[in-house]
Design a protein around this ligand. Structure first.
Ligand code: G
Ligand code: G
Ligand code: MN
Ligand code: NA
Length: 252
């Protein structure tokens, strides 16, 4: 079967799963929220990376129903964790370019928020810079609508795209996520240290929450915390795990 038909079939048969990666407060290590990340445990190929199948889902258009499923699943999980006393975590969900340009996105999100009863203040949409910059007017009105709905908005992979902070401040953004490209070599690279420091300083002065991605080592943790980064996400703390494992982590 061609890869795209296999993906469609996996989706139809309920084989795609969501895992959740913690975001911890730099100050005290408590889990503040999670990022929902798709997983495809393939019977023959093993785990297929979303880096491989998301672009295919974008091409075929499957990303639109798949994205709705991800959002609904993530919202239901947020509500379940809250109800069960596991925690009132901020649930972050990635949006892809094709979803973002889909004319029904706003209504789909509104319908899912209403149907699941999730507190919109506990739902964060992760959007990349390039999605914002492609059609600035449309992005502006979409984001304004999401803010009126009470959602949180994050710019993902920050620093790799074209936007400047000056440009970004026109958007009603709550959070900047420093791309892991700047975190990876933090210990050895004075340039990456300067970039990370500059992003944190400017984000703070604009009143934005800052999250560093791809945090894998204690020296990275120390550097980012000491410079005022609010939240940390990466393998140092945890990879993305199934919902049950996350609940167990919070229980400890
Ligand atoms: O989890 P991992 O690092 O392997 O993810 C690889 C890429 O796939 C990342 O860019 C991530 O944002 C993206 N991705 C994972 N899950 C989703 C999802 O539910 N929706 C979208 N649009 N992208 C996702
Ligand atoms: O593009 P986005 O930021 O949504 O991508 C999230 C991806 O980053 C996921 O595929 C996740 O598995 C991956 N990831 C999360 N933490 C780390 C980390 O500490 N190191 C590396 N290399 N990848 C990570
Ligand atoms: Mn992300
Ligand atoms: Na990212």
């Amino acid at each position: 079967l061609a890869f795209e038909s296999e993906l469609q079939r996996a989706f139809d048969q309920g084989q795609l799963q969501l895992h959740y990666q913690p975001k911890v407060l730099a100050a005290d290590g408590r889990i503040k929220g999670v990022e929902a990340l798709l997983r495809w445990p393939h019977p023959d190929m093993g785990a297929v990376s979303p880096a491989r199948f998301i672009p295919v889902a974008e091409e075929t258009g499957l990303i639109v129903p798949l994205g709705r499923w991800v959002l609904e699943q993530a919202c239901r999980q947020q509500v379940a964790w809250k109800r069960e006393g596991v925690g009132d975590l901020v649930m972050a969900v990635n949006l892809s370019a094709r979803q973002f340009s889909d004319e029904n996105l706003f209504d789909d999100v509104a319908a899912i928020v209403a149907a699941t009863g999730v507190d919109p203040a506990s739902l964060e949409l992760e959007i990349t810079e390039s999605m914002l910059m492609r059609d600035i007017e449309r992005a502006m009105s979409l984001l304004a609508g999401f803010k009126r709905m009470g959602l949180r908005l994050a710019v993902d992979d920050f620093g790799t795209g074209y936007s400047s902070l000056a440009n970004l401040k026109r958007f009603p953004i709550d959070t900047l996520k420093i791309d892991r490209a700047f975190v990876r070599d933090l210990e050895g690279s004075g340039e990456d240290q300067a970039i990370a420091q500059a992003i944190i300083t400017m984000a703070k002065s604009l009143g934005l929450n800052v999250v560093a991605e791809g945090v894998e080592t204690l020296p990275q943790v120390d550097f980012l915390r000491d410079r005022g980064c609010d939240e940390l996400q990466g393998f140092y703390f945890s990879k993305a795990v199934p919902a049950g494992e996350l609940a167990a982590m919070l229980g400890r």
